[in-house]
Design a protein around this ligand. Sequence first.
Ligand SMILES: Cc1cc2nc3c(=O)[nH]c(=O)nc-3n(C[C@H](O)[C@H](O)[C@H](O)COP(=O)(O)OP(=O)(O)OC[C@H]3O[C@@H](n4cnc5c(N)ncnc54)[C@H](O)[C@@H]3O)c2cc1C
Length: 491
Amino acid sequence: MPAAFPSSVPTIPTAPLTARIRDALRAIVGEKGLIEDEHGMQPYVTDWRGLLVGGAGAVVRPGSTEEVSKVVRLCHQHGVAIVPQGGNTGLMGGATPWPAHTGILLSLGRMNRVFDVDPVGYAMTVEAGCVLQTLQETASQHDRFLPLSLGAQGSCMIGGNLSTNAGGVQVLRYGNARNLVLGLEVVLPNGDVWDGLRALKKDNTGYDLKHLFMGAEGTLGIITKAVLKLWPAPKDICTAWLAVRDPSAALEILSEAHAASEDNVGSCELMSRSAIDMILRHIPGVQDPLRADTPWYLLLEWSSARARRDGTEGMSEKMEQFLADQLEAGRVLDAAIGQSVGQSRNMWRIREGAAAASRAEGPGLSYDVSVAISKIPDFIDKGLKAVLDILPSIRPYPLGHIGDGNLHFSFMGPVGMDQQTLNQYTAAITRAVNDLVTSMGGSISAEHGIGIDKLDELSHYRSKTELDIMRTIKRALDPQNIMNPGKVLRV
Ligand SMILES: Cc1cc2nc3c(=O)[nH]c(=O)nc-3n(C[C@H](O)[C@H](O)[C@H](O)COP(=O)(O)OP(=O)(O)OC[C@H]3O[C@@H](n4cnc5c(N)ncnc54)[C@H](O)[C@@H]3O)c2cc1C
């Protein structure tokens, strides 16, 4: 994860926003939909980490698909580049314009309507600017469950979640964002609206276009609406915090948990002691659920849509028995079960606090990688060795969604080392980590995407054939390269 824009700047369109174009934008979105002063634009052009600060001629905040379409058509006519943005919580710089960007930043934040919740059909139709947590709450009011869940859910928006194909802590059971979508509406780079807002589970009528736009990080068009899948609301939930022998034991525990919970494993998150200590240092109010001093921990959650009935075994009883068995097998060293909503919430606050704590900690590096689940222990051993060989005083704090084979292979800089000095080691460490992950058949970006940060890594590791296909699609849909230029691909 480089901490700055790559030195080699991609070609991006730099058609300026003339006074006439500004007037035309104002006529479409009104005064309240246009921000032109530097101070007002600052939060939009700065990434969540505070590491990248880009440029923009204006921030445009349309209030409807029709307005998005008119804005994009205007930009298309004048060759003006567009950076789409949702909640601006992305960790790869995808929503941050390049400093040379003279076009607009298009924020979806005003488009936050829920059009329809269909509890019988287990679906809801929403606008792209809806905040994820609001959608979770809306589903819950209808006794339904929207399983997408991540630390940034209080501010990330569904359009951003779909554009990054976000993962989070429930992928193990429900799949990533891509799997939660039935239909999409997208404004294409020429301003046309593609209406794919269908609520169909089955639809084999040619190419499945929605999958082109999910995970495209805004480079192929702007997602304006989506039909999301819903599930039955969980009624019986048990959250546990386990000190485990090592990552191999964590995998064995997960493997056995599926049957023991009767297929009710919702989340399984691996955390190192150093990650927990860092989070406890920076996130106020969280408490260590176990005062153990072992290097590895698991947050394990089981949930069932069936309410616990008196006299029957619920999730807690099943979990208790399971943990006793795992203690006896030597895989679990100590464990705590959340006895109240507050205790369970505390466990989740620790896990969800990782990104904020790492931002507060200061200079560091983080690699969002995945390998086949069974290869995780080997990857951790080899990866730590490779990185510590390059910089022995770097401080690892690995954690991740172990049930998805997804590790956040993260490091705090050595005590006292500033970002500039750490940057001198970044290239060598990045190459070592990504070479290892590739040699093990893994991915250099499991869930955060490519954005700006991994632009050069993508072209290094994807084959020529794959890159050619991606460029062909990009050029066909966006021949002027105005849609989030200089992200994901150099075209
Ligand atoms: C504390 C924290 C925890 C996180 N945890 C996770 C996690 O567990 N799993 C995970 O996957 N990610 C995680 N993230 C990363 C981030 O929250 C996700 O990538 C999220 O999906 C981004 O949503 P957003 O609305 O903030 O998008 P933004 O950051 O605004 O944009 C992300 C990308 O999508 C594009 N985009 C945004 N909206 C649209 C749209 N409507 N149409 C087209 N393109 C669009 C942008 O141009 C950009 O390329 C975390 C981030 C933080 C800060």
